[in-house]
Design a protein around this ligand. Sequence first.
Ligand code: SIN
Length: 538
Amino acid sequence: MRLETDILVIGSGIAGLSFALKAAKKHKVLIVTKKEQAESNTNYAQGGVATVTSPDDSYELHIKDTLECGAGLCHTDAVEQIVKNGPHLINELIELGVNFSREQGKLDLGREGGHSRQRIVHAKDLTGKEIERALLHNITNHKNITVLEHHTAIDLITEHNIKKRKPTGSINCYGAYAYDEINDDIITILSELTVICTGGIGQVYLHTTNPAIATGDGIAIGYRSGCKIGNMEFVQFHPTSLYENKINPTDGQSFLISEALRGAGAILKTKNGEEFMFKYDSRGSLAPRDIVARAIDSEMKKHGDDFVYLDITKLGEEKIKNKFPYIYKKCLSIGINMAKDMIPVVPAAHYICGGIVSDLDGRTSMNRLFVLGEASMTGVHGANRLASNSLLEALVYADKAAKICCVDNAKPKKSNIKIPDWDSSGTENAEEWVLISQNKNEIKQIMANYVGIVRSNLRLHRALRRITLIKDEIESFYKKTRINRELLELRNMALISYLIIRSALMRKESRGLHYSTDYPETKRSYLKDTIITNKTVK
Ligand code: SIN
């Protein structure tokens, strides 16, 4: 099947949906999404959107906190852009129907690690879900927006797919091939602009707060087509995911215990009840995430413990239930009453600060291709993202990109190039599906054991050798096998792991989220992003 649209959006989180709503004022937009439209990383974001709305706060303070947290690698122009555009985009969300929490009529502002002020606009402890609900409500029945669920993007369509037209200069994106899971078919989607909004990569790790869909598809697709990829070594581990003494059957997704709890006074303690964070940072339990996650990792190793505790009992049952109803209910379901018991927590992979390199408007290094949200590397997060800056970044860049697309003549002209359909000849249904689950588990184990919070050259090289082997094995299996979603995801996970390891090996220092025992110092003068480009695009 072939479809044509003005703009193709791949992914249905906050970046994709808010961009689509704005771009659809002028254009036909087609959104493809791997599962149901509401399933995205956004949906699991508990904390909120960091924005300056209080009289005791200022843009300067929010910018300063973001730059400090980013450990020298943030792009200041990108940071200024998100901070200064935050307040009006929050108002737009309110106009769209998002119900943010309020106290006496005013926005109730939470606090999280690394923030010097209360500035997190939130909807109790389910902010992402509430924003996603409101955006989907506005998108449903929109005359210019079509959503295709259960469609997984396979690869971008560029000059490389067009026989006898190998690229001579810059590469253009003409759309994407996508796998339609319901009809077991591969469709060709032709678009004048394509926007990658596929979210994160958490699933390459054994324990992650991300849902099963977070397999890094957009970044992998971008890399294969020749886009610049940046800063993949900076994987953020959220310090506090719920320790449940088992791997969650839903693809290792751990339940997030929001940083907002620490903002409301929760304290990290060892298993024997000792508060430990002040040994590591004067901000205690509210230090930035890289510091807290490393401190927890170090305490667990020192004591041989599987978890540490988060103690919020002091806040009292009524406030806990009112502010954190979702987390309270989840904890209660496994026998923990947050008002009386401490919560066992462990760090888990949560967010990637790197991704497809974009400019201040979300443009990638490829013509006719934009990237928004977690799949992008805008320079906002540097070496460590400040809590609750990610939804803000997605909103601001979606707004910028949509403005560009809606300016007259900004859209590329229709191309007359003949695009071939997907060629499945020579592929067969796989018999050895065990290879897929086995490879997936291996990738997760390797990444958890060798490419986690604390890294070393020895571990990274070991991981690189193993992942390269697995990646090559999957690639040859992929070439002769009929496509399905699991196979596409596995192929992307192997590639993402490879990119993370290669980037980590390129950074010969410790900075932000990347800590190496071989290079424990931060090189003050080395302020470079780690850039990787695929030199062998076929
Ligand atoms: C949280 O609620 O702790 C997550 C917020 C974020 O990752 O920004």
